[in-house]
Ligand binder design. Structure first.
Ligand code: CU
Length: 286
C-alpha cells in the first residue's frame, strides 16, 4: 500500500510542478500585439474578452492536467500491482455500485464546472455592449477594406511588401493603412466578405469571426492598451490567404480625433454609392 501512496504523491508533485512551470511561462510571454519566436501560450491579451479567454484557458489547463495525471496514476497502479507476476490469480469482480456511481457523477460535476464559465464567456463575447465607434471590415481577395460608417469614409489595407517595410514593422503582418481606433472605447466591428469567405481575427482582442459575402457578422472589442495589434485572415480564401494581415492601431482619444480629421480628407468619397478605390495593381504585383 505504501508503494501506491508514494506513487500517487510523486505523480501529484510532478503534476503540480509542471503546471506551475506552465503558468509562469504563460505569464511571461513578452510583447503584445504579435507572436514572437519561441512563444509559449497565448499572445498577451489587450481586451477584457481576451483576459477572460486566457483565464478560461488556464482554468481548463488545470482540469485537463489533473485528469491526465489521475488516469496516468491509475495506469501505473495497474501496471505495478496487477501484472501477471504480482497478481497471479485475478479477482473475478465485475461490478461495484459505489465506484460506478462515482465515475458517473464526478465527470458530470466536472463538465458542469466547465460549462458555467464557458457559457458566461460565450455570452460576454456575443452580447455587444453599446458601441462608441463602429468599423466595418470587408474581406477581399486579398486585402481588407475598413469603412467608418459614421464618418463616411473607407480605405483599403494591404500588406506591406518587404521593400516598403520600415524598422519595427513585422514581416507579413504590417500593412500600409492600419485600422485606427481609440483606446478604452467599445468598438463594434461589422464583418463581411466581398468575394469569398474570409475571417477577421485579432488574437490580442480575442476576436475571430467569419467574413461571409452577403451577410454581416458583428463582434466587438475594447482595447485597453495603446499600440499596434496584428491578426490575419483565418479562413482559407485563396492564393494570397496568407498575405492579407490585419493591423489595428490603438491610439489615445486625442490622436484618434486627429487621425479622423486627416483620414476624412485622405479617404473621403463625394459619392457614397461609389465603390471604394481598390489598389488591384499592388495586390497583383506581388
Ligand atoms: Cu482571406
Amino acid at each position: 500500500m505504501s508503494v501506491i501512496k508514494r506513487l500517487i504523491a510523486f505523480v501529484v508533485t510532478a503534476g503540480v510542478t509542471v503546471l506551475a512551470g506552465g503558468a509562469v511561462a504563460l505569464a511571461t510571454t513578452g510583447d503584445t500585439g504579435q507572436p514572437k519566436p519561441w512563444q509559449l501560450g497565448l499572445q498577451p491579451g489587450a481586451s477584457p474578452v481576451m483576459d477572460d479567454i486566457m483565464w478560461f484557458h488556464d482554468f481548463l489547463l488545470w482540469i485537463i492536467g489533473a485528469i491526465a495525471l489521475f488516469v496516468l496514476g491509475l495506469l501505473v497502479i495497474v501496471i505495478v500491482r496487477f501484472n501477471a507476476r504480482a497478481n497471479p490469480t485475478p479477482s473475478r469482480t465485475t461490478h461495484n455500485t459505489a465506484i460506478e456511481i462515482i465515475w458517473t457523477v464526478v465527470p458530470v460535476v466536472i463538465l458542469v464546472a466547465i460549462a458555467v464559465p464557458s457559457f458566461r464567456l460565450l455570452f460576454y463575447e456575443l452580447n455587444i455592449p453599446k458601441a462608441d465607434i463602429t468599423v466595418k471590415a470587408t474581406g477581399k481577395q486579398w486585402f481588407w477594406s475598413y469603412s467608418y460608417p459614421d464618418q463616411k469614409f473607407e480605405f483599403d489595407s494591404l500588406m506591406l511588401q518587404d521593400k516598403d517595410r520600415k524598422a519595427g514593422q513585422p514581416r507579413l503582418l504590417a500593412v500600409d493603412n492600419d485600422m485606427v481606433v481609440p483606446v478604452n472605447k467599445v468598438v463594434r466591428v461589422l464583418v463581411t466578405g466581398a468575394d469569398v469567405i474570409h475571417s477577421f481575427s485579432v488574437p490580442s482582442f480575442g476576436i475571430k469571426i467569419d467574413a461571409i459575402p452577403g451577410r454581416i457578422n458583428e463582434t466587438w472589442f475594447k482595447a485597453e492598451k495603446e499600440g499596434v495589434f496584428y491578426g490575419q485572415c483565418s479562413q482559407l480564401c485563396g492564393r494570397d490567404h496568407a498575405f492579407m494581415p490585419i493591423a489595428v492601431h490603438v491610439v489615445s482619444e486625442k490622436d484618434y480625433t486627429a487621425w479622423l480629421a486627416q483620414a476624412k480628407k485622405k479617404y473621403a468619397s463625394t459619392d457614397d454609392s461609389a465603390p471604394a478605390k481598390t489598389d488591384v495593381a499592388a495586390v497583383e504585383s506581388k
